[in-house]
Design a protein around this ligand. Sequence first.
Ligand SMILES: [Fe+2]
Length: 397
Amino acid sequence: MAHYLKCGCIPPKRHTQHRAPDGSLYYEELMGEEGFSSDSSLLYHRHIPSAISQVRAWDLPDQSTTPNHPLKPLHLRLHDLFTIDQASATDAVTGRRLVLGNADVRIYYVVAAQASPLYRNAIGDECVYVESGSGVVETIFGDLEVDQGDYVIVPRATTHRWVPTSSEPIRLYAIEANSHIAPPKRYLSNYGQLLEHAPYCERDLRLPGEPRLVEETEVEVYIKHRGPGGVAGSVHVVPDHPFDVVGWDGCLYPYAFNIADFEPITGRVHQPPPAHQVFEGHNFVICNFVPRKVDYHPLAVPVPYYHANVDSDEVMFYCGGDYEARKGSGIGQGSISLHPGGHSHGPQPGAVERSLGAQFFDELAVMVDTFRPLELGEGAKSSDDGVYAYSWSRGAR
Ligand SMILES: [Fe+2]
């Protein structure tokens, strides 16, 4: 984010002495992207942020993927991945099950009732969508209270943890990039302000509160990082709790944005998915389809035309309402459809005719389009309905 923020206690001049009331020095840390050449923040710690007491491996759950071969569109029922008992014993970080992934992005699903350990993802930014439930994301920058429909953008290597607060477990759809995740460049001015034509603006973003200070010693931090096979895990035990930041300022920080604050762009005839884009990362985009008035040309066809996205794989996560174009396919709340490049997809049989004359669609879906093929993680293999590929055929259910 290019939007400058200042929280807590910082010195008037950067890189100068900043002292606690007892006269001791705070430790200044620059957290910056692209070396020292992009957005950054300066954080002031009570303790040395580099200190480590112990190191051990974090044995991540299965991170392997296999190609989608022979090529098929898929319907995955993510709600099948966790029973209530499993969710009760699971946290939002270590319990993530890998559904789809490639060299640019990995998509996980988790249902969790437990507080997670402290965690940082050193591979890339995370965009975590809250399907249901609520919680607090505690970060070194301060807390974000999160609720159903929130996207939570967590910059690479931000130390944080997830604490569910609702009576039901929190359901999270975690999009983990190998790059940064940001608003599309075409929404931004030369200096990073969201422009008038963007479907959301800075006022819609929820920012961290005051930094959380915790006094605790010998604390574990779980780190996901690049390693053998692409993704590896380590645990650092640090002498003092990482939530020791008395103040920070800059343009790099986590934030939340609720999908209900996305103002849909509609037209007389069908608007293509780029009109629904919310974020982008390297080699992928994130779009959302929200409840909206639909196309108002007298002869409009409100559901999409069939489309062959020759350069991308498309993943739709159905997270509310009833998605018009997929009616009759078995897809429902918590489903994913994967429409891979090489297969032309569009409305299920009968959906075009049913949509004619519609004024409004009550649908909610988060879409990730990737420019490299997605492979299947263990979560995909465990939730595949096995029949979706044939759902456009005459006689299919
Ligand atoms: Fe599509």
